[in-house]
Design a protein around this ligand. Structure first.
Ligand code: PLP
Length: 413
């Protein structure tokens, strides 16, 4: 018997839960792609994407996913034979590095392991050792979605500056945009890439690159007409924005999602909500971990993502937990991704990005706990209570004016 006959919950890091409003906005006849509403709507989507990225720089929209944006950004930043440095905190930095190698770019890496943050001192030393300044760009993820490590982007910028190195700073925010706080201009980021199916709550299909004036000026001539970010960011004609037919219905859906983020909730509140939910998940996992094998992959709180949490289990337990949640309860958890020294069936992930409220989050945690009980997997008590206490405490702080002061500190323009 299965209990899964209700609305399914996808707690996976992309596609995240898609609001019905976004789906409904997409449900319409094909528009005129030469003039009128779509052209105007595309203009507002472009300017609002820059608001979410917190940049006055340029944006290019592609029909593509996050992998496509790895390639798009690289094709504009470095030629074959030129050199980049990639910081690794999990699987996704490796993916960007592998893409670069396939494009013939020389790739250096610094591996910070799978369980924590980058060490700025090592970045600075590495760049100082590049005496003839051959490294064109330093690439990093903000959230690595496999390990759930959060990179302190300001610390990376400071390390590059401390070395006096002219390299561009490029950041993968596919998982973290509209979840973890990100300030492209204030933090000195030259290139940012993202996609629409995680924090932006839209079905997979759109990818974005954002580029500073420095990146536009110091980037390389792009050999691919499709990936070239110049015509897409400084268009003459509408079709140049997409190098062909516009992704019409994705633009309708994304317009709705951007309204939800910017007009209704407010970006500062979006970040604050994700911070609370991430702390709630961590509190639950810590409670489970008081007996048995479950533990957070990232032990240090400041290095934990607000978008996703990676959880370690005893051998094979994660696979059984995921299967139970999917088949018996209708909750899809994220799989463990290839990790050096860890069996992927001993790891699962809970995504907490995008269209998410306490009943969805607490329901997911309660369902995981039910799976642990049903499967006889040892765990400590009180996980759901611990998570709900985090949310209640955040609400009491909001009532005392705390959230407002957070909002002021964030100072959203
Ligand atoms: C999801 C993700 C990607 C890949 O995106 P796809 O759309 O699956 O190609 C890249 N980087 C990060 C950090 C991600 O979370």
């Amino acid at each position: 018997m299965s209990f899964s006959y209700g609305r399914a919950i996808r707690a996976i890091p992309g596609p995240s839960m898609i609001p019905d409003r976004v789906l409904n906005a997409m449900h319409q006849a094909a528009p005129n792609i030469y003039e009128g509403e779509l052209v105007e709507l595309t203009g507002t989507v472009r300017s609002d994407l820059r608001r979410v990225a917190r940049t006055e720089g340029a944006v290019a929209i592609y029909i593509g996913n996050g992998h496509a944006m790895w390639e798009a950004s690289l094709a504009n930043m470095a030629r074959p034979g030129e050199r980049i440095l990639v910081l690794l905190t999990g699987r996704f930095g490796r993916g960007w590095a592998e893409t670069a190698r396939r494009l013939g770019i020389e790739v250096e890496t610094i591996d910070f392991g799978f369980r924590g943050a980058v060490e700025p001192g090592r970045i600075e030393d590495h760049l100082r050792a590049d005496a003839d300044r051959r490294i064109r760009a330093v690439l990093t993820t903000q959230t690595d979605t496999a390990s759930s490590a959060l990179t302190d982007i300001r610390a990376v910028r400071a390390a590059i500056d401390a070395a006096g190195h002219p390299a561009l700073l490029a950041v993968d925010c596919v998982a973290s945009l509209a979840a973890d706080r990100f300030e492209m201009d204030a933090w000195g980021v030259d290139v940012m890439i993202s996609a629409c199916q995680k924090g932006l709550m839209t079905p997979p299909g759109l990818g974005f690159t954002f580029q500073s004036d420095k990146a536009m000026a110091e980037g390389v001539p792009c050999p691919s007409p499709y990936w070239d970010w110049r015509p897409r960011s400084k268009p003459g004609l509408f079709y140049e924005l997409f190098h062909g037919t516009a992704p019409t219905h994705h633009l309708f859906g994304l317009r709705e999602a951007l309204d939800m983020i910017l007009l209704e909730e407010g970006l500062g509140n979006v970040w604050a909500r994700h911070a609370v939910f991430a702390r709630a998940v961590a509190a639950a996992v810590e409670a489970w971990g008081r007996a048995g094998a479950l533990e957070l992959n990232i032990p240090a709180a400041p290095a934990r993502s607000y978008a996703v949490t990676t959880i370690r289990t005893g051998p094979g337990e994660a696979g059984r937990i995921r299967a139970w949640c999917e088949e018996i309860a209708g909750v899809t958890l994220g799989i463990g991704l290839e990790t050096p020294g860890v069996d992927p069936s001993s790891m699962f992930r809970i995504a907490h990005m995008g269209h998410l409220n306490p009943p969805t989050l607490l329901g997911t945690l309660a369902t995981v706990e039910t799976a642990l009980d049903a499967l006889g997997i040892a765990h400590g008590p009180g996980a759901v209570e611990a998570a709900s206490r985090v949310i209640a405490a955040a609400d009491r702080e909001r009532a005392r004016g705390g959230a407002e002061s957070v909002e002021r500190r964030i100072a959203i323009g």
